[in-house]
Design a protein around this ligand. Structure first.
Ligand code: TYD
Ligand code: MG
Length: 460
């Protein structure tokens, strides 16, 4: 039998689900926890003895930790650091939290490196170390000169070794550490190739301990895979404090940063940027931007209002309904949930007695925008009806309501904020659910309440 002291430092091989992080002693085809197939990968856990001193216990020596009563605990409200980028401050929940670990994911070429380099150069008052394993220092300098920003406190480092990066962070006493990207990082003490799950997991663990122990905020750039989710194990998202996702069409000038998870603020917050020759610029009036190309002369276009985080946004919904020539009718949605589109088409067919079952339906939210807000249901239905009947909806109308399975219009949250935004942008008429009517204050816009989808006029 092995003695306990020998077992303690014994490094064993395990298999870990790359989707949910559950460990198994031997390989199997399916993960019992998340029911996904072919997601198990070999993994060598970090031996405790290999951890940097004092970092194995969340930054505290083991003998100092003890259970405390609630009243004993002092709340330290660390002042947030304002990043000089109002949109980033918004998605982080009001600024950078010292000692937090933030993960920024997104497709290649969407602007992750540009955004974080901008942040590093805008934060002139504190030392920032930008460590890149992807680009050379001169490449980063060329990008910095493109975005025409300069900071005497921004340091660049071309390095893949985490040990070296942490050593330089300590030597420089930098307050912010930016890692571009977590997939190019490696730690000599762990096995596995650069970008392997073992390396990603152990580097993130070490960075987490480092951030908590020394109060350094760490921004990690993460790649996303072809399915559109963050590459690497799901537990990467569980470990970090905040997950930000860069979204938008690369063909489009507009880019959005969405909060997926935030331990220090609300989720679903959205920051909107425009990619220009001089870097990413915050968009101050996003509704006006999203409606900029609204020509009002085509059928199949309706305007709806969604809420993203704390802000109401007016968005344009386009639809094209054509008779199916061959095969099964197609349903294609860009920026909108395809299942919800199918449900709304069934409601239109059954409750409003419109023949959409033998039609191909294409739906698009313009500007590369994506929303799951059910308040857009009515606008989606109206865009489809407008295209089906080839009748233009006049430019002064907008639609704010959820549509139920019975074809009834349902009230949505914060209708008054959405209507105020519509009034601000010059809309003259807004169609809402009957139940929402009482809560409305007088605004310079005509309110048209309806109970059922088929009582909303489709002409004009
Ligand atoms: P990048 O930030 O390198 O994307 P990521 O790190 O997510 O892979 O670059 C984004 C794209 O933006 C790149 O194709 C070039 C373009 N770009 C501009 O249009 N203007 C600029 O000022 C900069 C720096 C980049
Ligand atoms: Mg990059």
């Amino acid at each position: 039998m092995l003695k306990y002291s020998k077992i303690k430092n014994f490094i064993y091989m395990a298999y870990v689900c790359t989707n949910c992080g559950v460990e198994y002693p031997k390989w199997q085809g399916k993960c019992d926890s998340c029911q996904e197939w072919n997601v198990l990968a070999q993994f060598t856990p970090v031996a405790k003895s290999a951890m940097p001193q004092n970092l194995a216990n969340n930054g505290r020596p083991a003998h100092l930790s003890r259970p405390k009563k609630l009243e004993e605990i002092e709340v330290t409200t660390n002042a947030r650091l304002l990043s000089g980028d109002a949109e980033l401050n918004r998605v982080l929940g009001g600024g950078i939290v010292p000692g937090s670990l933030v993960l920024l994911g997104g497709e290649p070429g969407i602007g992750k490196s540009t955004l974080l380099l901008q942040v590093a150069l805008q934060l002139k008052q504190v030392k920032v170390l930008y460590a890149s394993g992807e680009e050379t220092e001169s490449q980063i300098k060329i990008r910095a000169s493109r975005i025409t920003l300069f900071s005497p406190n921004c340091f660049l480092l071309q390095e893949n070794s985490l040990t070296q990066i942490l050593k330089h962070t300590g030597d420089l006493q930098s307050v912010i550490l930016i890692i571009d990207s977590i997939q190019t990082l490696y730690c000599e003490e762990d096995e596995g190739a650069v970008g392997s799950m073992t390396q990603i997991r152990s580097c993130t663990t070490r960075l987490l301990f480092y951030a908590k122990r020394y109060g350094v905020t760490v921004f990690l750039i993460g790649h996303i895979n072809k399915e559109g989710v963050l590459a690497g194990p799901k537990f990467l998202e569980h470990m970090v404090d905040t997950v930000l996702q860069f979204e938008g069409d690369k063909q489009c000038l507009y880019r959005m940063v969405r909060t997926i998870k935030n331990r220090f603020g609300t989720t679903s917050e959205l920051g909107i940027y425009e990619m220009k020759a001089t870097g990413l610029h915050a968009v101050t009036n996003p509704s006006a931007m999203l409606l900029a190309n609204h020509h009002h002369v085509l059928s199949g276009i309706a305007i709806g209002a969604c809420i993203e985080g704390t802000r109401p946004l007016m968005i344009e919904i386009q639809s094209l309904v054509t008779k199916t020539r061959y095969g099964n009718p197609q349903r294609n949605a860009t920026g909108y949930d395809p299942k919800r589109l199918t449900m709304l088409l069934a409601v239109l067919e059954k409750r409003a007695r419109l023949c959409v079952n033998d039609c191909d339906v294409f739906l698009n939210i313009t500007g590369g925008f994506r929303s799951d807000d059910t308040a857009l249901d009515l606008a989606v239905c109206m865009a489809i009806v407008s295209s089906l009947k080839d009748k233009v909806i006049t430019h002064s109308k907008c639609f704010i309501a959820e549509v139920g399975l019975g074809g009834e219009l349902r009230s949505v949250q914060r209708t008054e904020h959405r209507i105020a935004e519509a009034a601000k942008l010059g809309f003259k008429e807004v169609f809402i659910a009957n139940q929402n009517q009482q809560s409305l204050t007088s605004l310079n816009i005509k309110i048209r309440p309806s109970a059922k989808i088929y009582s909303v006029p489709t002409r004009g």
